[in-house]
Write a protein that binds this ligand. Structure first.
Ligand code: GRF
Length: 209
């Protein structure tokens, strides 16, 4: 059975969706860089081990990442899921977990990497918006996309309403991708990413409109 660690910094609604999904893998631990993250309470309620590793207590990004890396090894983790984890990871850490670490980003990548995605979508006047689950690589928000949740922006939307609607989609697509990795539907191989044993050409799309 695949052993999963979830890295969080905040509310952890995506962690909750992963817990509630009863994945065929097991969430063996949750790491937070913030001691007051509500996600920690969610983990404790679900009887999942937690570790608080505060980035502020380490002299460098690499030193902080080394401690996280060791914790993941101690838990014998196969898959790392970033769920609202608000730290940029060092190249060394990303390399160590390449093909074993996924993230969810609130935009239709490759559009709107980085922050404030909802407002930027509104500023541009895009018709579609959503979220993307992708493998994590050294370049921010640039790893291979595995799934996207797509919604239609409507005239009454503002940044908060879009954030809320995107969150609902996140809670659908993130557990689905996690399950696909757990059960082998998605495989990261030396020849690329396979989906149902075929090379994955494009992210699987989930539409909500
Ligand atoms: C989500 O919007 C996700 O896209 C981003 O961080 C947020 C995490 O929310 N990476 P939560 O902590 O899971 O509620």
């Amino acid at each position: 059975m695949i052993k999963i660690a979830v890295l969080v910094s905040g509310s952890g609604s995506n962690l909750q969706a992963l817990i509630d999904a009863n994945l065929s893998g097991q969430i063996v631990g949750v790491i937070s860089n913030k001691p007051d993250a509500f996600a920690l309470q969610r983990a404790e309620k679900a009887k999942i081990a937690t570790a608080v590793i505060e980035h502020k207590q380490y002299p460098s990004r690499e030193a902080f990442d080394d401690v996280m890396h060791q914790q993941l090894l101690d838990w014998d983790v196969d898959l790392v899921i970033l769920a609202g984890f608000m730290r940029i990871l060092s190249a060394k850490f990303v390399k160590a977990w390449e093909g074993k670490m996924i993230n969810i980003h609130p935009s239709l990548l490759p559009n709107y990497k980085g922050m404030h995605t909802h407002q930027r979508v509104l500023n541009t006047g895009d018709v579609f918006h959503g979220c993307t689950v992708h493998y994590v690589t050294a370049e921010l928000d640039a790893g291979q996309a595995l799934a996207q949740g797509v919604l239609k922006v409507n005239v009454h939307d503002h940044a908060e309403s879009l954030a809320d609607r995107v969150h609902v989609l996140e809670h659908v697509i993130y557990p689905q991708v996690a399950e696909w990795i757990c059960n082998g539907t998605i495989q990261h191989t030396v020849d690329g990413v396979l989906y149902r044993n075929q090379p994955m050409q494009a992210p699987v799309q989930f539409c909500k409109f």
